[in-house]
Design a protein. Structure first.
Length: 245
C-alpha cells in the first residue's frame, strides 16, 4: 500500500492511472472528504446502535477476540459486519473490473448507493435495531455490505494511495509521509507533503463524520437515509462517462 506515482508514457510524461480519483471525479478532494465523512458518520451510528462497526473491521476483529473471553456478547453483529464487508468489497471490485460503457467509479458508486439505501430502509423497518437479536445482526451485515462497496471507490488520489474506510492504514501511511516530508530526500519531500495532507484530510473528515453520527443517533429517524442521500450526491461529481479503449 505504498505511494504509487502515475506510470510514465513513452514520451516521458505522466499517464493518468485509470484508478486515480482525479481521472474519475471533477472534484476529487471534495469527494474524498465527503465519502470519508459519510463512512465515519455511518460507523459511529452503527456502533452506538448495534454494538458493531460497519467500516472499522479491525475493531470488529478485536470484538470477536473479546467474545472468546466472554467479554463481548454482541459478537454476532461484529461477525456479520466483517463478513458482509468482505463480500461487498469482493463483489463490487469485480463489478468495477468488468467491461462496460460506464466508468468503474460510476458502477462502484451505484452499488454503494444501492446498498446504503437498502440499509436505510431496513433501519426503518427494523426500528434501528432497538429490539436487538437478529434485526441488529441483519442491520450490521447490511451496513458492512454498503461500506465494503464504498471502500472500493478510492484507490489513489494524484497517484497517492488513499482510503475511505481503512483509517488504520491512513494513520500508518501519514506517519511515514510526515517523516519523509521533514527529513527525507529533497526530491521526495513535496510528494510526501502532499500525501501527508491527504491523510490528514481523510482522518479529519472521518472523525468529524463520527462526531455527527454520534449526535444524530440520539434521534435516529431517517438518519441512515441522510447517509444514502449524501452518498448519492457524489454522482454529481463524476466525470463524463468515457467509452473504454
Amino acid at each position: 500500500m505504498g505511494d504509487s506515482a502515475s506510470p510514465q508514457s513513452s514520451t516521458g510524461r505522466d499517464t493518468p492511472n485509470p484508478d486515480d480519483s482525479y481521472r474519475e471525479f471533477r472534484r476529487p478532494l471534495l469527494v474524498l472528504a465527503l465519502t470519508t465523512a459519510i463512512a465515519g458518520f455511518v460507523d459511529a451510528f452503527a456502533f452506538l446502535r448495534y454494538g458493531a462497526f460497519v467500516a472499522n473491521q479491525s475493531g470488529n476483529a478485536i470484538f470477536l477476540g473479546l467474545s472468546m473471553a466472554g467479554r463481548h456478547p454482541t459478537w454476532p453483529e461484529s461477525a456479520a459486519s466483517l463478513v458482509a464487508f468482505a463480500v461487498g468489497t469482493g463483489v463490487v471490485s469485480q463489478v468495477r473490473a468488468a467491461h462496460s460503457w460506464s466508468s468503474p467509479s460510476a458502477r462502484g458508486l451505484a452499488a454503494a448507493v444501492l446498498a446504503m439505501s437498502l440499509w436505510a430502509v431496513l433501519n426503518v423497518l427494523l426500528r434501528y435495531g432497538h429490539q436487538g437479536g437478529l434485526p441488529r445482526v441483519a442491520l450490521a451485515a447490511t451496513g458492512g455490505l454498503a461500506l465494503g462497496a464504498l471502500a472500493t471507490l478510492f484507490a489513489r488520489t494524484a497517484g497517492i494511495t488513499t482510503a475511505i474506510t481503512y483509517q488504520s492504514g491512513t494513520v500508518a501511511k501519514t506517519g511515514e509521509r510526515v517523516g519523509r516530508w521533514l527529513v527525507g530526500p529533497g526530491r521526495g519531500r513535496r510528494r510526501a507533503r502532499q500525501g501527508s495532507l491527504l491523510g490528514l484530510l481523510g482522518l479529519t473528515c472521518y472523525a468529524a463524520g463520527g462526531g455527527i453520527g454520534t449526535l444524530a443517533q440520539e434521534r435516529p429517524l431517517w438518519v441512515p437515509a441522510w447517509a444514502a442521500l449524501a452518498l448519492s450526491t457524489v454522482a454529481l461529481l463524476l466525470r463524463q462517462v468515457r467509452s473504454p479503449g
